[in-house]
Design a protein around this ligand. Sequence first.
Ligand SMILES: [Zn+2]
Length: 474
Amino acid sequence: MTVPAGDVIAVPSELLKLGDLAFIDVETTGGRPLEDRTTEIAILRFAADGRVERWQSLLNPGVPIPAEIQALTGITNAMVRDAPSFFDVREDVRRLLEGAVFVAHNARFDYGFIKNEFRRQREPFTADVLCTVRLSRALYPAASGHGLDALISRHQLTGFNRHRAMGDTEATAAFVAAAAADRGAATVYAAARRLLRTPSLPPHLPEATLADIPDSPGVYLFYGVNDLPIYIGKAKHLRERIRGHFSSDHMTPNDIRLSQEMRRIEWQPTAGEFSALLLEAQLIKERMPLHNIALRRREKLGFFRLLDETATPPLAWVSAAAVQGASDDLFGPFSDKASAKKWLMYAAREHRLCDHALGFSKPRSVGEPCFARQVGRCFGVCEGVETPGKHRERLRAALTDHALPPWPFSGEVVYEERDPANDRCDLLRFDQWCALAGGARLPFDADVYRLLRRTIDRSPKRFRLIEHAESAAH
Ligand SMILES: [Zn+2]
């Protein structure tokens, strides 16, 4: 197989005004940077002084390579068995990438893997990233494909050992050289500079999108190919937050999926954080976006309800959606039932409550002491030493820090959120720690609750009771 040497590829010096260019490609055991591992790295670094460095290594990923990946890359388990681990080569990799622009085809992928390999060594890694998919898109917007195979055939780049790290690295560098020959080095340089300044957007979004987004509080909706949003989020600073989803630094598997599916962004500025939070909750409820983690998290949210004296166990789990209003027998919110129970077990130990009475265990015979009693940690309601009423009061005391306080107003209130910078004002309505939208109460939301408590503590006078005249107006 013909593999041209790196120094045969001529990257014009004009482009090296961007800095040293480190072209890189990684082969991996799969597509998820957080879970999958790197099996091969190749780096081709062009320095401003004309030096070219080539480096490549197979890596032992420490996990088996799936058969279909072995077939795709030609890198087999046998080939990596005696290869160094990332730990062994990390100094070389760092030296070759340090101070250079990280250039790769679909760079988000390679950057994610390198960053995570360093993270497993508890070492930070960051770089300015230039993606050649985006560079191709910027230079040849009318072209139909920007995958490496498409570029190779469009620019007649031949002789590369495809799907192995050095072959793909060389093909990527050869594309940049070919584009510079075709469009002029100055044009390629200008496009690359623009891309380095604008953070990476999902591949299918037009480049101008980010510039249009205001830097105000608000809510944003990501759309895929159809008219249903795939994600809804809120932000104090819309542009910055949306950027955050796609900066390679914070790439979660969810962000990667979003980025690939995304075709369109919509946003709605609000007067502040509060309005953004409420609008988000309302839109999520109405539109049920596919990838909303916040939504799934909210569905698990709930409270303990302290039941009357006759009930055993004395606490019931109530999901937040079922909570009708504040009452003095609700304790929480807890993020989910399992963590609530865990908290209760700690509290029980600290307050010397009874395992049997809390339902953690069942007595096998009447009056059998619970385990806590046997180790001297229960006051003995199980043995009839303490009265059930007394035990229940101690349980209430143990829960007291989590008590949902009574709603401090005599009814529904309105809160005016203003953003003088954007001359915007939103009227927000609340009742019983919940937001109201379109006359209906939205389900209890932990974020709304926390923000409400904080805001009421700080400036209670900004909340006004709703009067009839006002509810008629908009
Ligand atoms: Zn007991």
